[in-house]
Design a protein around this ligand. Structure first.
Ligand code: HEM
Ligand code: NFK
Length: 278
C-alpha cells in the first residue's frame, strides 16, 4: 500500500484535489448561491432562507411519506412507522422555524413585500403534494401548477392514487376488520364523507389496544402527523396575522381569514371523532 493509500485508509488524505469534498458532495456552491434578494432590504435574506429551509424539509417529508405509503401497501408496517416517526420530528423543525420568522416586524416586511408581486405559498407544490399524500382532495389547489406540466402531472398522479390514510384503512381490512367495500374500492381522487363504519372499527381498536397493537400504533402515528400539520398551519396563520394583520394575500385570498378556514380541514376525521366516544 502506498503512503497516500495508507493515509486515505486512515481518513487523513491530504490531497483533496481530485477527491469528493464536503462542498462538492453537498452542492454548497449551488445551495448558497440561491439566496438572491430582489431588494436591499436586510430582512429579505431571512424571508428567502426560511422558505428554502421549509422547502428542503418538505422534500424530505415527501420522500418519507412515499416510502411509508409503499410499505403500508406491502404490510411492512414497522418500516412505515419509522418513516412516520421521522416525519413528526421534521414537522417539529418546520413549526419552530416560525419563531425565527417572527423576529421580522410588519415594517421590515413591508420594505420588500411589493416586490413579491402575486407570488405566494399557493404555489408551493411540495406543500400541496404533502397534503395530497395525506389525503386532501381539493382539485382547485392544482390550478396554480397548471403552467408547469411535470409538476402538475406529479400532483395529478398522487391525486388519483391512494393516500396514506387509504393505505392504512387497507391494512386494517387485511388484519380482519370488516371495512366496507366502498372505502377500499373507490375513486381515490374523490374526497369521501366521514364514515361511521370506519369510526366503529377504530373504536374497537382503541378499546383493546393490546389486542390490536400494530393498528393502534399506526393510528397514533397518523394522529401525530396531523397534529403537527395543524400546529404548522396555526403558527403560519398567527405569524401572518402578526406581520400583515388582515391585509389580503398576494395570492389573491382574504389572507388570515382564508388561513383560519384551512385549520378546519382534517385528513383523518374518524381518528379525531372517536376520541369523544371512548
Ligand atoms: C411574512 C411571512 C408570510 C406571510 C405574510 C404569508 C402569507 C400568506 C397568505 C396571506 C397566504 C394565503 C394565500 C394568499 O392569498 O397569498 C399564504 C399561503 C401559504 N403560505 Fe404563507 N406567508 C408567509 C410565510 C410563509 C412561509 C415561510 C411558508 C413556508 C413555506 C409559507 C407557506 C404557505 C403555504 C404553503 C400557503 C398555502 C396554504 C394553503 O393553501 O392552505 N408561507 N401565506
Ligand atoms: N402571501 C404573502 C406573500 C408570501 O408569503 C410569499 C411570497 C412569495 C413567496 C413565498 C411567500 N410565502 C408564503 O406564502 C403576502 O400576502 O404577503
Amino acid at each position: 500500500m502506498s503512503e497516500e493509500e495508507t493515509r486515505v485508509e486512515k481518513g487523513i488524505s491530504l490531497d483533496f484535489r481530485d477527491r469528493m469534498s464536503y462542498g462538492d458532495y453537498l452542492k454548497l456552491d449551488t445551495l448558497l448561491a440561491a439566496q438572491e434578494p430582489l431588494t436591499k432590504s436586510h430582512d429579505e435574506t431571512l424571508f428567502i432562507v426560511i422558505h428554502q429551509v421549509q422547502e428542503l424539509w418538505l422534500n424530505l417529508i415527501v420522500h418519507e411519506l412515499e416510502l411509508a405509503i409503499g410499505k403500508l401497501r406491502s404490510d411492512e408496517t414497522g418500516i412505515a412507522f419509522k418513516a412516520l416517526a421521522r416525519i413528526s420530528r421534521v414537522q417539529e423543525q418546520l413549526i419552530s422555524a416560525w419563531d425565527v420568522l417572527s423576529t421580522m416586524t410588519p415594517s421590515d416586511y413591508l420594505t420588500f413585500r411589493n416586490q413579491l408581486g402575486q407570488s405566494s405559498g399557493f404555489q408551493s407544490y411540495q406543500y400541496r403534494l404533502v397534503e395530497i399524500l395525506l389525503g386532501a382532495r381539493d382539485r382547485r389547489m392544482l390550478g396554480p401548477h397548471k403552467h408547469r406540466p411535470e409538476i402538475y402531472e406529479r400532483l395529478e398522479t398522487a391525486f388519483h392514487a391512494p393516500s396514506i390514510y387509504d393505505e392504512a384503512i387497507a391494512v386494517v381490512a387485511r388484519a380482519g376488520f370488516n371495512v366496507p367495500r366502498d372505502l377500499l374500492d373507490r375513486d381515490f381522487s374523490r374526497s369521501r364523507p366521514s364514515s361511521e363504519a370506519l369510526s366503529e372499527i377504530w373504536l374497537a381498536i382503541y378499546r383493546a389496544p393490546q389486542k390490536h397493537f400494530e393498528l393502534y400504533e399506526l393510528a397514533e402515528e397518523l394522529v401525530d402527523v396531523e397534529d403537527h400539520f395543524q400546529q404548522w398551519r396555526f403558527r403560519h396563520m398567527k405569524t401572518v396575522e402578526r406581520i400583515i394583520g388582515h391585509k389580503t394575500g398576494t395570492g389573491g385570498s382574504s389572507g388570515v381569514g382564508f388561513l383560519k378556514t384551512a385549520l378546519e380541514k382534517s385528513f383523518f376525521p374518524e381518528l379525531w371523532e372517536i376520541r369523544t366516544r371512548l
